[in-house]
Design a protein around this ligand. Structure first.
Ligand code: SAM
Length: 275
């Protein structure tokens, strides 16, 4: 997977790529990355990248020309380019016309979730466009952007943090970055939130690790964890349970647990992991 980030502040995103698991994934060649400073594509003396919106209104908008040039430099293709032209380009320079998905991080986009993260993690390259000020000129969206994605129903001051959310969520799903086992029972992997986890010491501040986890009995541990997942999801995200039931995501065992726990009067008070 290759990430290309278009931003007015590359230093914000660069730091992330130089740290921890991401840095190791880059070293191993599983992930590659480049940041493009949009300001480098502003041709006037002051490298101006914003101007007032036509029709009035508060704030400034990012200018289309620097953005368009930066996108072309990133290899983005105009949406008006026909499929035939793409095939011709691929024939002339094999491998060059490969698919790059251009995403504009925007509060007006489709709401990001784990299913979208899995879908994006399978792409060859993501070109991520970070907005600033009041956003970007619509013609850039119309010409280059394949998809607008929002990270939540709130407004951030800039797209860099949103791009990092998308990158951090997707790169760990790329084959070879972290073990498949670590991803298996994570929150949202199958419509349920994660079970509570414990590490040493066995007793912390008078709180004991649940006995079952010390038992070494794999089947009992598996059942306990599933029960805790259902319990937590019912309590804090009943919408996910509803969605999973409708979509047929859950096993017969999970469905049985849902019914049992829904019927349990003590459910609300029964999530104390100390018991
Ligand atoms: N005027 C815009 C509006 O009302 O929708 C808000 C612009 S915001 C202050 C500046 C930039 O932050 C946006 O261009 C976008 O890149 C980013 N941004 C803000 N909220 C976001 C969100 N929820 N998801 C993704 N990106 C967001």
């Amino acid at each position: 997977m290759k990430y290309t980030v278009l931003t007015l502040f590359p230093e914000i995103v660069d730091a992330f790529f130089n740290t921890s698991i991401m840095a190791k994934a880059i070293e191993r060649g599983v992930i590659s990355y480049r940041s493009i400073n949009i300001r480098d594509y502003a041709t006037d003396k002051h490298h101006k990248c914003d101007d007032a919106p036509y029709g009035g209104g508060a704030g400034m908008l990012m200018l289309p020309e620097p953005l368009g040039r930066a996108l072309e430099a990133a290899g983005a293709v105009k949406k008006t380019q026909t499929a035939q032209e793409t095939v011709a380009a691929e024939t002339a320079t094999p491998g060059q016309a490969k698919k790059r998905r251009v995403i504009y991080l925007s509060p007006s986009g489709r709401l990001f979730n784990q299913t979208m993260a899995r879908e994006l993690a399978a792409e060859e390259e993501l070109i991520l466009l970070c907005g600033r000020y009041e956003g970007i000129d619509q013609r850039i969206i119309d010409t280059y952007v394949d998809e607008e994605i929002s990270i939540g129903d709130y407004v951030l001051s800039s797209g860099e943090v949103s791009a990092l959310v998308l990158i951090d969520t997707t790169y760990r799903l790329v084959d070879g970055v972290i073990s498949a086992e670590s991803l298996e029972e994570e929150s949202f992997s199958d419509g349920l939130l994660e079970y509570p986890q414990y590490t040493r010491p066995e007793i912390y501040d008078k709180l004991r690790v649940p006995e079952v986890l010390l038992s070494g009995h794999h089947e009992q541990i598996r059942r306990w964890r599933l029960k805790k997942r259902v319990e937590k999801t019912l309590l804090v995200r009943p919408d996910l349970i509803q969605k999973g039931l409708e979509a047929g995501w859950f096993s017969a065992e999970t469905r049985k647990l849902i019914v049992e726990l829904q019927d349990t009067a003590g459910l609300k008070g029964d999530t104390d992991e100390r018991n």
